[in-house]
Design a protein around this ligand. Structure first.
Ligand SMILES: *Cc1c(COP(=O)(O)O)cnc(C)c1O
Length: 332
């Protein structure tokens, strides 16, 4: 797979570390747990959107855009990182925030990622839950283009074939790290939402014939809907990479058992996972994605889904800035 022919800017801190979780592995009694630190990508407290944005911003620059438009939930990590790199590149950043959780907690509305979005100088418009976000972004783009600007729209979560290239690249990076230290990776686990991360990983892990299976822990959809979404984007990404048909449907596996009441709504498992990783490993997860992803991994370990001698890698997708929006969840 040749990703070097796509436009790309280089601002992520790569490769991200692959570290053992010795205390957590011991506490849970195996399997051997590792963490791929994509919370350490460097951009504005880091996270998985940085890798996607290297390719998306490369394309925006190639198209001579002067304004970036994107969208997300109120506490979107994608929006925070998009706002940060836009300011670095001297581009205007227009953001639509969908009030998806309905929370009226001032920490949720103003702290965490929202505080940072504003520090990065993004122009923020809040819209009600259920808004057609793609149509709303197109309206903003039309307005900018009519006024002589050049808009570049980044879909929610940066999840397009262009954005997913960042995670094709992550898969190749991880396979290289495993080879360098003779580590046999038996499972890779990640939170999955807008699907670009899992789609890119599947394309990269299949394309390298790594034999490493990926499991996505859902943060909003059920298993069937999420698998469909990931597979559709994986197929498009494979086409874009000129390796059409390389992803098998059965390689796309999601688990929808850890969503709880909905996107961004805390669960007991998430709270436990965030606390355990902080207390045992000094690592900050987040309340919306990596916390629920890790809650899924911990529960599956307790249910005996993995053998004690297996090596399991959790992809830490970042998001710790969101903790400050959920103060009451962790201090109650
Ligand atoms: C966006 C995000 C995810 C989900 O990644 P997708 O590519 O949208 O599936 C996971 N974790 C964090 C912290 C995120 O911000």
């Amino acid at each position: 797979m040749n990703i070097s022919r796509f436009p790309r800017l280089h601002f992520a801190h790569l490769p991200t570390p692959l570290e053992p979780l010795e205390n957590l592995s011991k506490l849970l009694g195996g399997p051997k747990l590792f963490i791929k630190r994509d919370d350490c990508t460097g951009l504005a407290t880091g996270g998985n959107k940085t890798r996607k944005l290297e390719f998306l911003m490369g394309e925006a620059q190639q198209k001579k855009a002067d304004t970036i438009i994107s969208q997300g939930a109120t506490q979107s990590n994608h929006v925070r990182q998009t706002a940060a790199i836009s300011s670095k590149l001297g581009l205007r950043c227009e953001i639509l925030l969908e009030h998806r959780t309905g929370s009226e907690d001032p920490d949720y509305l103003e702290n965490g990622n929202v505080l940072l979005d504003k520090l990065f100088g993004a122009n923020i418009r809040s819209v009600p839950a259920g808004t057609d976000m793609d149509a709303a972004m197109q309206e903003v783009a039309d307005e900018i283009n009519q006024n002589g600007g050049k808009a570049y729209i980044i879909p929610g979560g940066g999840s397009s074939p262009t954005g997913a290239l960042g995670y094709v690249n992550c898969a190749m990076e991880l396979v290289g790290q495993a080879n360098d230290r003779s580590l046999r990776i038996d499972h890779l686990i990640t939170a999955t939402g807008s699907a670009g991360t899992q789609s890119g990983l599947v394309v990269g892990l299949e394309g390298t014939r790594s034999g490493i299976p990926v499991l996505g822990i859902c943060v909003n959809a059920d298993k069937a809907a999420q698998e469909e979404k990931v597979f559709a984007l994986a197929e498009k990404t494979a086409d874009y990479l000129n390796v059409p048909g390389s992803v098998k449907r059965e390689s796309v596996v999601a688990n929808g058992d850890y969503v709880g009441l909905g996107y961004g709504l805390p669960t007991d498992g998430m709270i436990e996972a965030v606390q355990l990783l902080a207390e045992q490993e000094g690592i900050l997860l987040d309340p919306v994605y990596s916390g629920k992803g890790m809650a899924g991994l911990i529960d599956l370990i307790r249910k005996g889904e993995f053998r004690k001698d297996e090596n399991v890698v959790f992809l830490h997708t970042g998001g710790s800035a969101g903790l400050f929006a959920y103060r009451k969840t962790f201090t109650a």
